[in-house]
Ligand binder design. Structure first.
Ligand SMILES: Cc1cc2nc3c(=O)[nH]c(=O)nc-3n(C[C@H](O)[C@H](O)[C@H](O)COP(=O)(O)OP(=O)(O)OC[C@H]3O[C@@H](n4cnc5c(N)ncnc54)[C@H](O)[C@@H]3O)c2cc1C
Length: 431
């Protein structure tokens, strides 16, 4: 019997492209769009039926802060996406934490339009399932869909699956979870309540005090310490990012199944609490739970540089910086209650090196978005959507440039890459 990589190597190609991007979330979308805009022929694979990943199907909202002391840190395609969203839905509402809410249904449209305008070919409802390699080169991908198992060829591959699936299945080295026990940040199934009388809603501390009482009465099993909610762009609709599933891995089908089941039970208990005890929620109802369970952390692929939590907190710069971040270190407890939040100094930001996108031991492979090469602490900062989009844009431009060097990602002239990104509106140097 042959192995999956052998099978993938032996089957005829169903499709091929110069650049194949796996995963159509914030990072994969921007990687595909920028690679196509820079002249590459691009195929984008996505396991679900629309683009946006956690930003759409995960109901993750709002954009976490992308500016510090009024200085914008995340721009480029992210800024264009925001501008298009504003054109459709009006100016975004800025939240109490300088976060921006957006309309995820509109984002599904905007993402699709941007991909098609750039000339990206889409292959939706297609799950990457296996990878064939030869001597440090990814050669082919196995994709499962309603067409069965099909094989996709390419010259350059970008892993934007959020979990580093492509890299891991190619045999790249990775870390998972925190160093002491391998536990990852908790998962969260987000949900929305509509019919909320926002005028009557208590303050955050007041809601949390009511929540503490419900916990003491034994009505809440969720280990999270408080209720995490945000206002949305829609009147009367409130977003909840408050379920907490600990001790599970986002790369295990068994764990994901158990997490979905447990999270849905937590949604039920939270909704009962809100309706019973919190003013403004008496007539409210659940309008949506996320299609995609929110996995904050899974694999982190080891690249030519490992970004550390000290790099983040010390706001370090790198000669090969291709994007920046200013978000806090934000580690939701992997075991239960509590969130470890550590701020950068006001006005400061850190650089994300290109070397974090180049998996060790592979020539024609880039990793982007959440699973780039970083330690557990640095990952907790760089994982937010505005940064993931900038990392995706940089990976796409690098992929298009690597094609000129037979797909060798390390042959890319990094200064030219940075110059191209600057020209595209990205923020590369500390403003
Ligand atoms: C609960 C939670 C709350 C968060 N809150 C915020 C917040 O408020 N603000 C913020 O800015 N960020 C937040 N984040 C972080 C942010 O949402 C993610 O880190 C970000 O979306 C990462 O982008 P990505 O493109 O790397 O991955 P993802 O958004 O996960 O996208 C990956 C894409 O790849 C697809 N995919 C995965 N595997 C395969 C495969 N094998 N084959 C084909 N396709 C595949 C997925 O369907 C998805 O479309 C939150 C994350 C979580 C989990």
């Amino acid at each position: 019997m042959s192995s999956l990589p052998e099978l993938i190597s032996s089957l005829p190609l169903a499709d091929e492209a110069e650049v194949v991007v796996a995963g159509g979330g914030p990072a994969g979308l921007c990687a595909a769009v920028s690679a196509a805009q820079e002249g590459a022929e691009v195929l984008l694979l996505e396991r679900f039926g629309c683009l946006g990943g956690l930003a759409t199907m995960g109901l993750i909202n709002p954009w976490m802060p992308f500016f510090t002391r009024g200085k914008t840190i995340n721009a480029g395609l992210f800024a264009e996406i925001n501008a298009r969203l504003h054109a459709e839905t009006g100016e975004a509402r800025v939240g109490e934490g300088a976060d921006y809410a957006f309309d995820e249904e509109m984002l599904k449209q905007v993402a699709q339009e941007m991909a098609l305008e750039a000339g990206v070919r889409l292959r939706l409802n297609s799950l990457l399932t296996g990878v064939a390699t030869q001597g440090g080169q990814v050669t082919r991908l196995g994709v499962a869909s309603k067409s069965g198992l099909q094989v996709i060829g390419g010259q350059l591959f970008v892993d934007a699956t959020g979990d580093g699936d492509l890299c891991a299945w190619a045999g790249a080295e990775f870390e998972q979870g925190r160093p002491e026990d391998g536990l990852c940040q908790p998962m969260t199934l987000c949900f929305r309540m509509a019919g909320v009388d926002e005028e009557r809603m208590p303050t955050r501390p007041e809601i949390n005090a009511l929540y503490d009482q419900a916990r003491e009465r034994g009505e809440i099993e969720n280990p999270r310490e408080n209720v995490l909610w945000f206002r949305t762009v829609h009147p009367g609709v409130v977003h909840f990012n408050t379920t907490r599933i600990v001790g599970k891995q986002g790369t295990s089908a068994e764990d994901l199944t158990a997490a979905e089941v447990q999270a849905r039970q937590q949604v039920k208990e939270t909704v009962a609490f809100l309706r019973e005890y919190v003013a403004g929620f008496d007539q409210s109802f659940v309008i949506q739970t996320a299609t995609m369970l929110g996995v904050r952390e899974s694999r982190r692929v080891l690249g030519d540089y490992l970004l550390t939590v000290e790099d983040v907190l010390e706001a370090r710069d790198f000669e090969d910086g291709i994007a920046r971040g200013c978000y806090t270190v934000d580690i939701h407890s992997p075991t239960g209650a509590g969130t470890d939040i550590r701020h950068l100094r006001p006005g400061e930001s850190y650089a994300l090196p290109y070397r974090c996108l180049t998996p060790r031991g592979f020539e024609n492979l880039l990793v982007t978005g959440r699973p780039i090469s970083a330690d557990h602490g640095a990952h907790s900062s760089l994982r937010i959507m505005p940064i993931a989009m900038n990392l995706g844009e940089a990976a796409g431009v690098a992929a298009a440039r690597a094609l000129k060097h037979s797909g060798r990602t390390r042959a890319v002239d990094v200064e030219q890459l940075r110059e191209t990104l600057r020209g595209r509106g990205a923020v590369i140097e500390a403003p």
